[in-house]
Each structure stands twice: as structure tokens, then as C-alpha cells.
Design a protein. Structure first.
Length: 118
């Protein structure tokens, strides 16, 4: 069985503009959290089974863009597997605040960044 998309993220050098753009375009609700640097969790309004997301500020050069997060059961195993298939580990397993679990990021052989979430 395949692994589901669990989360999406938009990272921008002007996250407030990006939050307003997507909010106004798709009628999404964006709850920005000042304690998280203005990162905003997104409620698409599409129901409880919808994939949630976030829109936040760029933290380092090259991290802007749209990223999907795939739900996995073992971050390290999937990072190792990505590397074996020609990908590159970018962000090691990292704890998220609260009870949101952990995440990691790799680049596929074309340089597309993909997140993992456990």
C-alpha cells in the first residue's frame, strides 16, 4: 500500500503576502502564529478528510516554493531509501512543536524538495 500525502506547505520570502494570496484565492482560513515566526496553519474548509497545510516564511536560501509531506512510519528509513534512489537528505528528522510529530526533507534527483512526516 502506498503512503498518503499528509500535509502541504508554501514557503515564501513574503509569507504574509502568500498567506493573503491563498486565503483570498481559495477562501482558505490561515491562522498565523507569531510564536512560530508568523507561520500559518491552513484550513482549506474542505472537511475533516482534507489534507491540511501551512504557509510560512523562508528560513534559509533555496527553501521557497510548494512542498508536499508524505506520511511515513520511519523517517530515517525513508531518507536512506531516498538517498539510495538518487535523492539527497536536506533536513534530518526534526521534532515539531506540540504533539505534531516529526518531519524531515529530502530532494529528489531533479532537486524537488519533498517532506516526510511521522
Amino acid at each position: 500500500m502506498g503512503r498518503p500525502i499528509a500535509f502541504f506547505e508554501v514557503v515564501s520570502s513574503d509569507h504574509e503576502r502568500a498567506q493573503a494570496f491563498y486565503r483570498d484565492l481559495f477562501d482558505w482560513r490561515v491562522a498565523a502564529d507569531p510564536e512560530m515566526g508568523g507561520y500559518g496553519l491552513v484550513d482549506t474548509g474542505a472537511g475533516e478528510q482534507a489534507v491540511g497545510g501551512g504557509i510560512g516564511p523562508s528560513m534559509q536560501p533555496g527553501d521557497t516554493g510548494v512542498k508536499v509531506y508524505v506520511q511515513v512510519d520511519d523517517l530515517d528509513a525513508y531518507l536512506d531509501r531516498a538517498e539510495a534512489l538518487g535523492g539527497e537528505r536536506l533536513v534530518p528528522p526534526t521534532d515539531l512543536p506540540g504533539d505534531f510529530g516529526r518531519f524531515a526533507v529530502f530532494a529528489d534527483p531533479d532537486g524537488n524538495q519533498v517532506g516526510l512526516w511521522a
